[in-house]
Write a protein that binds this ligand. Structure first.
Ligand code: ATP
Ligand code: MG
Length: 450
């Protein structure tokens, strides 16, 4: 290895992002809100591995979807030759786990998950190679009621996150035999308009013609708009199911638009499909997509298990939150402890633990590269930490059994300072901090203002 190579800086992988501390409070707020909402609908969390057998996705997502065709991170396990894939989505893994552990043996289950997904796409705004999804899967429910409930849950989440501009688009793609009849007519129609089909559409003509309806190519819009509509091919049962979903949504005052051209990228969907879209995010405007996928369990060799779910793109939702809300207050500590001398350092550790026992967030000054350890430079750190109070321990304080407590955020310019008996410091600060701030939140310190 040349000298040059050795010192080359190693950087992150393209399309895979770091979430830096400045953004962490926003993520925390999102995650806490999601957990609260899902719990309030009786959903239970499931955590499946990031790596699954390649066959799970090849079988589950259908060989002619974008994901399986060109987006999967697949590799051979060099130890044993197994074909493995970083999960591009979580529905397949959740269903695999549910069947493997027979989760629905005692009745239907409401499940949810959160975690990273991997797709080899061209990175751009709102489209990354590692991205985060939160999703829910309701397993074992047959009726339109659960479809509507999943949608209402999303609406509540947007409301709780302060996101007013997310619109619901709804469609039904019927059952397999209805789609087959439509497909025959659709292919015949596209064959009549072959001159308008772009390369992508030509390629999909006989493999996945339904996906052509989803094209974003403007020169194909007029032709696609006039194509045979799947809705016109639905039979009694599918129509009744679709009407059932809509009836609950209407009664619950959830606005929606029926979009007959809405289809899903995954082959396993049937009947209800929906997307939540916004025009605030440019081209990547879909923040959540879902629907019913009754056939998937049997495709996996499991017992028949009707299912309905959704997945939302967390990065897109966070971008919306940033655009729609006031800043989330950064995570800050309550107290910063500065100290000088060996004896004071030992006392500082004692003080810090006692304050933490009392429920406060405490940063203890520790030696740092290039930073002076003088009182003055430590006080600068204390100020920068965002702490409300500094606790100051020097030789004199230790000798007298006291600590100096300084308010760093007090309104008056000369910041009050008090001398407090060492054993009373925790009690004193709890009084000051919690007494002064009704909104003080010891669980997360995330204060969010709409
Ligand atoms: P698109 O048409 O944007 O590629 P998709 O149909 O592939 O979306 P789904 O597989 O349904 O997306 O995933 C659900 C949600 O996850 C999407 O609506 C989107 O919000 C988010 N998502 C999908 N792919 C990405 C990605 N590469 N980067 C960031 N978010 C994504
Ligand atoms: Mg995609």
């Amino acid at each position: 290895m040349s000298e040059n190579k050795k010192s080359e800086k190693i950087v992150g992988v393209k399309g895979m992002n770091d979430v830096l501390p400045a953004d962490a409070p926003l993520w925390e707020l999102f995650e806490n809100t999601v957990q609260t909402v899902l719990k309030s609908y009786g959903f239970q969390q499931i955590r499946t591995p990031i790596v699954e057998s390649t066959a799970l996705f090849a079988r589950g997502l259908g060989a002619v979807t974008d994901i399986v065709e060109k987006e999967m991170y697949s590799f051979t396990d060099s130890m044993n030759g197994d074909q493995l894939t970083l999960r591009p989505e979580s529905t397949a893994g959740v269903l695999r786990a549910a069947l493997e552990h027979n989760l629905t043996y005692d009745g239907p289950k409401r499940l949810w998950y959160a975690g990273p997904q991997f797709r080899h796409e061209r990175p751009q705004r709102g489209r990354y190679r590692q991205f985060q999804q939160v999703g829910a899967e309701a397993l074992g429910f047959t009726g339109p009621d659960i479809d509507a409930e999943l949608i209402m849950l999303c609406q509540r989440l947007w409301d709780d996150l302060g996101l007013p501009d997310i619109k619901l688009e709804l469609n039904s793609i019927g059952d397999a035999d209805e789609r087959n009849k439509h497909r025959i007519d659709l292919i015949a129609y596209f064959e009549q308009h072959k001159d308008v089909l772009d390369a992508d559409a030509q390629r999909r003509l006989y493999t996945n013609p339904l996906r052509i309806l989803d094209t974003k190519n403007p020169t194909m819009q007029a032709m696609v708009n006039a194509a045979p509509k799947l809705l016109d091919y639905l039979g009694q049962e599918s129509l009744a199911h679709f009407e059932g979903v809509q009836s609950i949504l209407r009664h619950s005052n959830i606005p929606y638009t029926v979009n007959p051209r809405l289809v899903r990228g995954m082959d396993y969907y049937n009947r209800t499909v929906f997307e939540w879209v916004t025009d605030q995010l440019g081209a990547q405007g879909t923040v959540c997509a879902g629907g019913r996928y009754d056939p998937l369990a049997e495709m996996f060799g499991g017992k028949p298990t009707p299912a309905c779910g959704f997945a939302m793109g967390v990065e897109r939702l966070l971008e919306l939150m940033k655009a729609n809300s006031e800043q989330v207050a950064p995570n800050q500590c309550d107290v910063y402890i500065v100290h000088q001398g060996d004896a004071a350092q030992l006392q500082a550790f004692v003080a810090a633990e006692r304050l933490r026992d009392a429920g406060l967030d405490v940063v203890l000054h520790c030696a740092a590269a290039g930073a002076g350890g003088s009182f003055k430079s430590q006080m600068k750190r204390a100020d920068a930490s965002g702490a409300a109070y500094a606790v100051i321990l020097g030789e004199d304080e230790v000798a007298q059994g006291v600590a100096a407590v300084k308010a760093l955020r007090a309104a008056d310019a000369d910041h009050q300072q008090a001398t407090v008996a060492f054993d009373s410091v925790a009690e004193y600060l709890v009084d000051q901090i919690i007494g002064a701030d009704d909104e003080h939140d010891h669980a997360g310190h995330v204060h969010y203002r709409h």
